[in-house]
Design a protein around this ligand. Structure first.
Ligand code: EPZ
Length: 419
């Protein structure tokens, strides 16, 4: 397994281009199953999670072609059973259930196991499919959903931990081809849900309200092919903003949608970092002496759970006592023990990390776990004394396109060691 060696102490400056959003591209690629016609998707990032999704689409019978950032998919005839050996590698594969159910009225996908950030149930997805008159059964670790006819209705997708992003995507996709109108209440409002709805509407769907807690889908008979450009990845952008805050002088991100990063930008401003925007460019002016913060992760438009680990890395070296409470994935703190190996002073109380800023972190061999925790360890290494060796780098490659090369382009000194 490859590992990344981060040589600390090099400051960052310059310009970095942000890739297309992984969490938008994955459901949009799944949505191409809803039509027999070709779909062309631009700005698809080159990540292992995307590679797995393309493998699943091909296994389901779609013709898939990739030419650098553009993917063309044509699903003329499709099978409805997604292969376990690929699905087990990527939980987000669950988002093929909705399009397969919408088009073929049945779908079988292996149940996503848990993962390091916590249990990953799909009860809300199934609740949404049931509301569309579909039944489901679980057999040999697979979930099969099926319906004679899909009928629109009203359903709330709020769980005990808030709305569900992929659950909203799944039900929205299935509902595009249901008879009648579907109203999803307590829907996820993430920008990636809006991007998917925009793509589905280009395919001939009739969706309103995406980006608000109530999404209305008027079912249509069929959908046609469409072309779409995926939105920039707001979590990659946020990760680079934190890298600049940790080790930067002045770093500019190109091709971002700053309005998707409001809570991350305000947190960094509150900690004392100046930012400026010009169109789709976003600049952070590092000043090296951040102030403590108290943050709570929440569903969009709140502070994103996918930025929690990165902020832990920043606040580990901030004067004073900070806290980060995780309300979306309460166990999502695998990075804490690794940051403590680097000298961070963090105490976990339930689903809150209490972070006492220390003067310095020191490089150490650390273990990557989920993709955001792994990125946080690389960020911590940027300013640590000595070398930080991040093992199991495949976690990072799932969600970040060449993060080492992009950081080196800003002045970092990072080596990727082939195992
Ligand atoms: C999406 O996962 C993202 N993944 C995650 O990003 C992100 O952390 C998450 O949304 C929250 O924003 C993709 O878009 C591919 P959820 P998703 O369903 O949709 C519970 C990354 O780093 N829940 O919104 O799977 C669930 O356990 C990844 O790129 C149920 O209880 O997350 C969690 O506590 C990690 N029942 C909460 O809701 C359900 O049926 C939010 O989960 C579904 C979810």
């Amino acid at each position: 397994m490859d590992k990344i060696l981060v040589h600390g102490g090099h400051s960052l400056s310059g310009v970095v281009k942000i890739s297309g959003s992984k969490n938008s591209a994955l459901p949009i690629l799944a949505a191409t199953l809803l039509t027999k016609e070709p779909c062309v998707i631009h700005h698809v990032p080159d990540l292992s999670d995307i590679h797995y999704m393309l493998q699943i689409l091909s296994h389901l019978g779609a013709q898939v072609e990739r030419a650098s950032g553009t993917v063309t998919v044509q699903a003329e005839k499709i099978r409805t059973i997604a292969p376990y050996d690929i699905v087990r590698k990527m939980r987000a594969s669950v988002c093929v259930l909705g399009p397969l159910l919408g088009r073929e009225k049945e779908a079988t996908v292996s149940l996503p196991g848990g993962c390091v950030i916590g249990d990953r149930p799909i009860d809300l997805h199934l609740k949404g499919f049931e509301a569309l008159n579909a039944a489901h059964r679980v057999e040999q670790g697979n979930v099969k959903v099926f319906a004679g006819q899909l009928r629109g209705s009203k359903v709330s997708l709020r769980g005990s931990l808030g709305p569900t992003v992929l659950g909203t995507d799944n039900v929205m996709m299935a509902a595009t081809l249901a008879d009648g109108v579907t109203v999803i209440e307590d829907a996820a409002a993430e920008p990636e849900v809006v991007d998917l709805a925009n793509f589905l509407n280009k395919m001939g769907a009739k969706i309103t309200g995406a980006g608000t807690p109530t999404i209305v889908i008027e079912g249509v008979k069929e959908l046609h092919g469409a072309t779409h450009e995926v939105i920039p990845d707001r979590i990659e952008a946020g990760t680079f903003l934190v890298a600049a805050a940790i080790a930067g002088r002045e770093v500019t991100l190109r091709r971002v949608q700053p309005q998707h990063l409001d809570t991350v930008i305000s947190a960094l401003n509150e900690s004392g970092f100046k930012t400026s925007t010009a169109g789709s460019a976003l600049t952070l002016h590092g000043n090296g002496a951040p102030k403590a913060l108290n943050l709570t992760t929440e569903p969009y438009p709140g502070f994103p759970t996918d930025m929690q680990a990165q902020m832990c890395a920043l606040l580990s070296r901030t004067g004073g006592l900070s806290s980060i409470s995780e309300t979306v994935f309460p166990q999502r703190f695998m990075h804490v023990s690794e940051l403590k190996r680097m000298g961070a002073d963090i105490e976990l109380k339930g689903s809150t990390a209490l972070i006492k800023g220390v003067e310095k972190l020191s490089g150490a061999p650390v273990m990557a776990s989920d993709l955001r925790a792994s990125a946080a360890l690389v960020l911590a290494g940027l300013k640590a004394d000595g070398v930080t060796e991040v093992n199991r780098v495949y976690h990072i490659d799932r969600g970040y396109e060449s993060i080492d090369e992009k950081l080196n382009g800003l002045g970092a000194q990072i080596e990727r060691v082939k195992a």
